[in-house]
Ligand binder design. Structure first.
Ligand code: AMP
Ligand code: ZN
Length: 480
């Protein structure tokens, strides 16, 4: 393996760095990357903001795989946490039944977006004994303490007394953190305002959601779940940790504190070498919220007639460290860009015929593409290379200046690019349910001779990007 060529921004050093994993090789001898990504909290359908993070993480994984690494990708499922317990109480469903449904929906959305399945997807509820062991270890080192009600808290003061620093990912002013300041409220048994819960004692509202522990019945805090699962599956020190930018503080800072506070790492080795955070997605320039009516799940967009490939294209379009503004017009732009690409690929395939060509990563186009992706995943530059390539192929095709073997060679470039972008082939035009429904309503309107309604339904179809033709065999659909 040649030295690493990929540079990535590392949140912990606040610098662009050459990404150099240190996890040995996999059984086939390929250099290994140990990678943890905070997964979904399964209490509802994921929204497109969540999926921006997962699509960008998938892009990172695919790029590293293209560069020859073997990725051990762990993504947890948070299946016990405050919001989940509230919803379990409201719905009256057993915990596993409730979370199982949203976990399946999440996996189905990941497939719609063509994200690679993680190597392991641990559920927090299946790691309770590892979580308890980790808390016991923290307690033994004076970094955790039991409160009167049976909850266990992480002690920031105890952590600092071990010579560790709280505030590695974000600069924290100890004054602001108010370490050492006693908590006045009776509600908490915390010793200091800054301390956070590792184990939450059972309260009546928790219903049947609790586990036995050395501190009595209760459940884990959210932060400790990720420390326990990541270290159990990747070891106490691993290469890469990802999540959305909202997780930097406190979630990831607390993960570091718990994991390094347990002191399981070899001297001089950190819990995580490289931190990768994806900036937030806004919708129409605002934070997504149900009350603003700008809250979209993947299925909402599918119901509007868009496909997973179009959504992925849009979510891939902007650099991961830039806030991204999602609009429906943007999705229409993705549709147009993909149509341009597909048209070119279709023509090349016709010229190539039976001719095939193996991938050649050393072509000038590929070198430019990889140089852009190696530069902190500069997707805009990488797309510019692809569209320059499309223009050049269209020019050659228009002057008949391309042979079958050249066309096959050109297609091999796109196939290599797509191992990184993961857009997949143009789907067979599957007609979305919503579109079929509108077409049926239109037929009914025509049957009862309500032609103005039929026209307005036809307009609705074209807004969704579909044309319909009435034939003796029923409606025939065509993408516009
Ligand atoms: P959750 O299911 O809320 O735990 O979030 C799953 C992932 O989505 C986490 O990595 C979050 O940081 C990320 N996330 C949440 N909201 C957004 C958003 N608006 N834009 C991008 N990522 C987000
Ligand atoms: Zn996490």
């Amino acid at each position: 393996m040649s030295p690493s060529t990929t540079r990535l921004f590392n949140t912990i050093s606040r610098k662009l760095e050459t990404f150099e994993p240190d996890s040995g090789v996999d059984p086939s001898g390929r250099p290994q990357v140990t990678f943890y990504c905070c997964g979904p909290t399964v209490y509802d359908f994921g929204h497109i903001g969540n999926f921006r993070t997962f699509v960008q993480v998938d892009l990172l994984r695919r790029h590293l795989e293209f560069r020859g690494y073997s990725i051990r990708h762990v993504m947890n499922v948070t299946d016990v946490e405050d919001k989940i317990i509230r919803r379990v109480r409201e719905t009256g469903q057993p915990l596993q039944e409730f979370t199982g449904r949203y976990e399946r929906e999440f996996l189905s959305d990941l497939r719609t977006l063509n994200c690679l399945t993680p190597t392991v997807m641990p559920r927090a509820t299946e790691y309770i004994s590892q979580i308890i062991d980790l808390i016991l270890r923290l307690e033994g080192r004076g970094v955790a303490y039991r409160a009167k009600d049976g909850s266990v808290y992480f002690s920031i003061q105890g952590y600092r007394d071990c010579g560790c620093r709280y505030g590695q990912l974000v600069n924290i002013n100890p004054e602001e953190l108010r370490v050492g300041e006693r908590v006045a409220s009776d509600e908490y048994d915390k010793q200091s305002v800054a301390d956070f819960a590792l184990w939450k004692a059972r309260v009546p509202e928790d219903g049947k959601v609790f586990w036995e522990s050395p501190w009595g019945q209760g459940r884990p805090g959210w932060h400790i779940e990720c420390s326990a699962m990541s270290m159990a599956l990747l070891g106490p020190s691993f290469d890469l940790h990802a999540g959305g930018e909202d997780l930097v503080f406190p979630h990831h800072e607390d993960e570091i504190a718990q994991s390094e506070g347990a002191g399981l790492q070899q001297p001089g080795r950190p819990f995580v070498r490289h931190w990768f955070h994806v900036a937030h997605l806004l919708v129409d320039g605002r934070k997504m919220s149900k009350s603003l009516g700008n809250f979209f799940t993947i299925r909402d967009l599918l119901a509007k007639g868009f496909g997973g490939r179009e959504i992925r294209h849009l979510l891939l379009g902007a650099h991961y460290r830039e806030t991204f503004n999602f609009t429906v017009e943007g999705l229409l732009g993705s549709r147009a860009a993909l149509a341009r690409l597909d048209e070119c690929l279709g023509k090349l395939a016709v010229v190539a015929g039976a001719e095939t060509c193996s991938e050649n990563v050393d072509s000038p186009w590929m070198r430019q593409f990889l140089a852009s992706m190696d530069d902190d995943l500069s997707v805009s530059r990488a797309w510019a290379v692809v569209f320059d390539w499309v223009r050049e192929q269209n020019r050659l095709l228009s002057v008949d200046g391309i042979s079958a073997s050249e066309a096959a060679h050109a297609l091999a470039f796109w196939h290599s690019v797509d191992r990184v972008f993961g857009l997949g082939d143009k789907p067979q035009d599957e007609v979305p349910v919503e579109v079929r429904k509108i077409a049926e309503e239109r037929l009914e309107a025509k049957r009862i001779k309500d032609f103005s309604r039929a026209d307005s339904l036809r307009n609705q179809l074209s807004d969704l990007g579909w044309a319909v033709e009435d034939t003796s065999a029923g409606p025939k659909f065509r993408r516009l």
